[in-house]
Design a protein around this ligand. Structure first.
Ligand SMILES: Cc1cc2nc3c(=O)[nH]c(=O)nc-3n(C[C@H](O)[C@H](O)[C@H](O)COP(=O)(O)OP(=O)(O)OC[C@H]3O[C@@H](n4cnc5c(N)ncnc54)[C@H](O)[C@@H]3O)c2cc1C
Length: 465
């Protein structure tokens, strides 16, 4: 195992930085166990880190830091060790440091695919799962919902395989004396999403599915109409898409809504991206194969980011109309591709220069729509009174209820409201504080990987969750 000292690690937006006593790069499960024992011998804490894509301080340690990048392989899963009812499922076992991008490529080669994922793929699977990373889907889980079993190294370097009470591994087939098998709901549902606080995960068994194809349609709509359809539930009704020149109504798999928070003609413009599961197209036109080319190119070049930042910091009054144009520029009638390519929302460069808060609400109640109203009023106040023009459009995504205790969607189908802001916008911290306060007042639950500084000192609230 490589060990380095005097290393400075920082997250991808360079907001959080740490100088650990030791920076360790394990190459095996035994290396992790040795690293934990060594930290304990020194009376230091130890924590794992993935790709550093969390905006919050969840990866920071005052002791030793474990870099998971070398633990990035798919393992040979011996299905004969599982209970018979699980042997027929599509399952893979992977080391925790594999990135979502590499995993997608490997699954694709095996004609398999992830059930769901977030909007980017640079994260490690462990980082994404540990913070509750989600995409959108009417009935789709967050990434943590795909975990069936995991191997974790905890105190004293002890190794455990943790699973739900109903079991996954057949206890009679569990012969590895070095790994203790725990099949217990409380333990499993506490550990899967636990921000690296319960130990260092070495590997996961995740449920996947055969390769599938998605059709994405993005069109601008008026918020007043979308709001009404979300309130009465009809937004999830079957929706017409064009297949082989024919208009056919299809079930909506997911909604991803981006709303300009600035008013235009008494309403707000939103871009609604709907996805549908379709059969593989035998022939795809160039339009089917590609996303809106202009939006993709512009959002992937550093120059576009610099121009946005210049405008936001020096010509803030044009932010509302610039946002209006960028929201509508995302429109795209059809994009049809393998699931992971459609679920990946791109915008690489610009996205990595943004950060934000994200909070979740029961999607069967209308409270989240009232929160959107409050966000619009806040944006009006900030821009009118303080000349602080929030630089990005709020987003809405939907996630199925989960049994994992610390996820915002614990036991409840949710709508996540995201509030991104450019990292180097003047006043970004003030704007994010205001957004968080709206969410905390409204009883929203936070995404742990996003900005959560307003939770500091609110131990009772966190304990309730
Ligand atoms: C551009 C961008 C787009 C994003 N899009 C989305 C999105 O669409 N949906 C969404 O929900 N989130 C999104 N996020 C947030 C991101 O998915 C999460 O913050 C995720 O945790 C990042 O993964 P990571 O590998 O970088 O983990 P890190 O940030 O490095 O670590 C996250 C946490 O995981 C823990 N951890 C990592 N590895 C292990 C391990 N082996 N064992 C135990 N604990 C471990 C760490 O200790 C830490 O607490 C986005 C972030 C960025 C920067």
């Amino acid at each position: 195992m490589k060990t380095r000292t005097r290393v400075t690690w920082s997250n991808v937006i360079s907001k959080h930085e740490v100088e650990p006593f030791k920076y360790l790069i394990p190459e095996s499960l035994r290396d992790i166990a040795a690293a934990v024992q060594d930290a304990e011998d020194c009376n230091h804490r130890i924590r794992a880190v993935g790709s550093g894509h969390s905006y919050s301080d969840v990866a920071i340690t005052d002791g030793h830091l474990v870099d998971m990048s070398r633990l990035n392989r798919q393992l040979n899963l011996d299905k004969s060790k599982l209970l018979p009812k699980h042997q027929e499922k599509y399952l893979v076992e992977v080391e925790a440091g594999i990135t979502v991008q590499t995993l997608n490529r490997q699954l694709d080669r095996q004609k398999l695919a992830l059930i769901n994922m977030g909007a980017i793929d640079e994260q490690t699977i462990s980082g994404a799962i540990a913070t509750g990373t989600h995409g959108s889907g009417r009935n789709e889980p967050a990434m943590s919902g795909m975990v069936r079993s995991l191997v974790i190294v905890a105190a004293e370097g002890k190794i455990y395989r943790i699973e739900p009470s109903e079991g996954f591994t057949d206890p009679a087939q569990h012969t590895d004396a070095a790994v203790e098998l725990i099949q217990d709901d409380d333990t499993f549902y506490s550990i899967v999403v636990s921000l690296g606080c319960t130990g260092i995960v070495y590997s996961y068994i995740i449920e996947v599915r055969p390769r599938y194809w998605l059709y994405e349609n993005r069109r601008p709509e008026k918020w007043s109409e979308v709001r009404q359809k979300l309130a009465d539930g009809s937004m999830f009704n079957d929706y017409p898409i064009t297949i082989n020149g024919q208009s056919v109504k299809y079930p909506v798999r997911s909604l991803f809504i981006v709303v300009n928070p600035y008013e235009k003609d008494g309403d707000h413009t939103c871009m609604v991206a709907r996805t549908f599961e379709v059969e593989k197209f035998h022939f795809r036109t160039l339009r089917d194969r590609t996303r809106n080319i202009l939006a993709t190119v512009v959002s992937n070049i550093p120059l576009a980011y610099r121009i946005s930042l210049f405008v936001v910091n020096n010509l803030p009054k044009i932010v509302p109309s610039a946002l209006e144009r960028s929201v509508t520029a995302l429109k795209d009638a059809t994009y049809v591709n393998k699931s992971h390519k459609v679920l990946f929302q791109g915008f690489e460069y610009v996205a990595s220069q943004g950060h934000g808060a994200e909070f979740a609400y029961n999607r069967h109640e209308t409270r989240y729509l009232e929160v959107m109203d409050k966000i619009f009023s806040k944006v009006k106040q900030l821009s009118g009174k303080y000349k602080l023009y929030p630089s990005s459009a709020p987003t809405l995504r939907f996630v199925k209820a989960s049994p994992m205790y610390l996820t915002p969607e614990y036991n409840t189908d949710v709508c996540y409201i995201g509030n991104p802001v450019l990292v180097r916008q003047k006043g970004a911290a003030l704007i994010l504080n205001e957004y968080q306060d709206i969410h905390l007042d409204a009883g929203g639950k936070p995404h742990w990987g996003k900005i959560t500084n307003r939770l500091e000192g609110r131990t009772e609230l966190i304990r309730q969750w």
